[in-house]
Write a protein that binds this ligand. Structure first.
Ligand code: ZN
Length: 177
């Protein structure tokens, strides 16, 4: 019995270590965002219910806006997916920075952020397989229904691939000869 408890404790420790090593910290996400040219605030929620992202602009003092990016990364979700979501939100930051965020129709805004985000994520090292993994998860979780703000997932995928797919390299599993 004692041995069993020890074995269970060891397995739980291993699981906890695996989960910790997978989750992106707010500091790591902020470093990645800075690499992409973002100087605002970044936060990661590691215990979220479902993967999601949020871009907001808060006014810390009259006339001084602070852009904030928030990424929700549920336990066990690959870091690459969190980076894809982070880069999508940074696409919204660029729209805001360049002054046309509020002028765009919602679906146009989302799809443009997808394209900007895929280019940035792939330049950072995220692969096509990572994108297909996240998209497959989204299709399974939400279905391919029409969303008034984001459009259909399958159409988002097609649009993003058509406009930014060339920025992504497939993962090389074996050395090229
Ligand atoms: Zn968005």
């Amino acid at each position: 019995m004692k041995l069993l408890i020890r074995a269970l404790a060891f397995v739980m420790l291993l699981l906890a270590t695996a989960c910790n090593s997978e989750a992106l910290t707010s500091e790591e996400a902020a470093d990645i965002a800075r690499w992409a040219g973002f100087t605002g605030m970044v936060s990661v929620d590691q215990d979220a219910d479902s993967p999601n992202g949020l871009f907001v602009v808060a006014y810390i003092a009259p006339g001084i806006p602070l852009p904030i990016v928030h990424v929700a990364q549920p336990a066990g979700m690959p870091d690459a997916w969190a980076i894809i979501i982070l880069m999508h939100e940074l696409g919204h930051y660029v729209q805001w920075r360049d002054g046309y965020f509020s002028e765009m129709e919602s679906v146009d805004r989302e799809w443009q952020a997808d394209v900007w985000g895929m280019r940035a994520a792939c330049a950072y090292g995220v692969t096509l397989e990572d994108f297909h993994g996240l998209w497959a998860w989204m299709l399974q979780a939400y279905g391919d229904r029409e969303s008034p703000s984001h459009g259909k997932i399958s159409e988002r995928m097609r649009h993003t691939l058509a406009h930014a797919g060339d920025a992504c390299r497939p993962r090389v599993e074996t050395p090229l000869r």
